[in-house]
Design a protein around this ligand. Sequence first.
Ligand code: SF4
Length: 384
Amino acid sequence: QCPSGAITEKSHVRKVLDALDDDTKHVVVQTAPATKVSLGEEFGMPQGTSVGKKMAGALKAAGFDSVFDTCFAADLTIMEEASEFVHRLTKKKDEIPHLTSCCPGWVKYCEYFYPELMHNLSTCKSPQNMLGATIKSFYADKMGINPSNIVNVSIMPCTAKKFEVGREELEVDGQQDMDYVLTTRELAVLLKHKGIDLNTVAEAEYDSVLGESTGAGRIFGATGGVTEAAVRTAYYLATGSNPPADLLDWKPVRGMQSVKEAVASIPGVGAVNIAVCHGLENARQLLDGIKATGSSKWQFIEFMACPGGCIGGGGQPKSMDAVEAKKKRIEAIYKEDTGATKRCSHDNAEIQSIYKDFFGKPLSEKAEKYLHTTFVNRHDRLFD
Ligand code: SF4
């Protein structure tokens, strides 16, 4: 927080409390992967405690009508992004290097300072917004609810998500995907206000049909996670088989090194050079290198604005030993992945059925309408 108080966080706690008290509204909540390994810290639990089921129980006790999992939407993002990447590699080489787009802090930085690279950004919305758009279309239809009566709330590790929900480019038919974002810290405030203690609350499952997730969806919260998840599914798309063990636990893209480099060998596609970058100073240096040489040695680059990725986001619990906290949260995330029965996004049964029942296939016209977006050149606004 700003030490002089000149900058204050934009809190959505009151607005969410009001929505929960409004009987005419159907209030839906989703929880991001990084929040599930950090919320416990606000309730005195050790760093790196996985509290996903406790969190689902607490949100149900708080009165949310449906509790969905952003990890499901991370799997959905991977279906779209891996398909888009394979398409670019084989048919649209001018859009290579492929730059990830699920971090709104990074996307806005690119729009301000590297607008010439905007066409390299994946057009995929972030998991938060993919799920928001799906809730106000597919889910609203299925439940017979007017989308204008749905209030979409997300629990995010991130303050940049509060800006993202208001982006006009993310609207579908004039309707915002998401309504309110609570950071991990704000959710703790809301739960305490309602007298809910995470230590004692009963565990609950996430709600079907937007609640199943794989290990791939869960690792989105750590630097390198998006890349690892995308490579698992890109491998499947190219070969029809799941990746071998070394790609399922792909060590070169893990860890806190500022820029990690790796090569994925995918039969039928070849060797794919990949970089994973976290922290915007590292992004600046990497992008300036690309600008200076006019080319990139990587075909796929993951960018996350926060050091460590979302586990180190601006909305996460504060800690006197932040480095250790990030390490423990990352360990918890990979433990969840290793322990998951399914570790590839394309194996998620609810993902398979939503394509069958609604989107058709990745990159279909309907998927493009609800799950993809455009970007804005903000460079000139630097001088406003
Ligand atoms: Fe938000 Fe940081 Fe995660 Fe980007 S890396 S989505 S800014 S928490």
